[in-house]
Design a protein around this ligand. Sequence first.
Ligand code: MG
Length: 403
Amino acid sequence: MQRGEPITVSLVGSTGSIGTQAIDVITAEEGRYRVVALAAARSVERLVEQARALRPERVAIAGPSRAAELAEALPAGTAVLAGDGALEAVSVDAQVVVNGVVGFAGLPVTLAALRAGRRLALANKESLIAGGPVVQAARATPGAEIVPVDSEHCAVHQCLRGIIGEKGMEALPELRASRLRRVVLTASGGPFRGRQRQELAEVTIADALAHPTWSMGPKITVDSSTLMNKGLEVIEAHELFGVGYDDIDVVVHPQSVVHSMVETTDGATIAQLSLPDMRLPISYALAYPDRSRTAFGAIDWSGLSRLDFEQPDREAFPCLDIAYRAGREGGTAPACLNGANEVAVDAFLGGRIRWVDIPEIVAAALDDYHVTIPTTVADVLDADRSGRDLAAAAVARRVTAGR
Ligand code: MG
């Protein structure tokens, strides 16, 4: 990359929480980045507004029904892509592809960016978790690399660079066993931290959406309240860094200032700290291996007096161990887990099941699922579909029983 040339960026999922914060970062670092493509599922008005400000070459929308309306409103000369494959198509346009799509729908974007040898700034953890071996194969493409945007994994990435030194992240597989003892992921504990299992039976949708430290989309916020988000992040850490499940621990840290840690073989713990602000991990992934010149979430030590840590309550929040179980089963089990969880969270947000039913439904889906080893995207899609169908059946049983 030529010095002084702007880094080209494709923002996929540009109208969501990650996408809009990525635009904040890009706008703050004037002249450093050039957005060449924007893509979203269906928010036409926001896409148009973003395109007028950023002037990308291409704009993609997954839902084809409003493509004409989009084309009409965009600045002249902007190419419009719509429908199946539109998001994937713009995922190869730039040096850095930000995948901020919500849920399993992000898989084609992850695969397209990696297969094109791009750097993937990955906020969509579901694609890596569900895609497992298929994503790993795409990751072997020359030039392809994943820089995690998920705050915990971004923290681990930063900490690992501290023990690997000048050799770079490519040296991780060779140095992991001799230098790294374990990865410790921190969890805020969500809005229900400290509550007993029986106190959680009647929590409402609004309660689950009231996250104490992070402002995020509804799906991930519910996942944070059940600790499924942390469970998915355990699988994500395994996939990203090749660390075994016995060497990934979770500790609850309510202030969300320590974003995660690595413990080295000599007993040292290296942590990354900052105030909760997703723009820092986004800027890290955009600027990597350099650093953003704009600070996001820098700590004012006069206003921070304590950092607390506690063990997660695995009985009140069974999703954490359900995810470990799926991770250890490997193969297509994480895809089934993820699909089942998306259905269960949807059913909860739709008022059809209780919050405490979410883990029961996901566990029931895994119990009834036969794990295989995925070698193709079709295998991953099958596993996701099975997870969804099994979870939907479990939801239906519960809804009928509740009448
Ligand atoms: Mg996270």
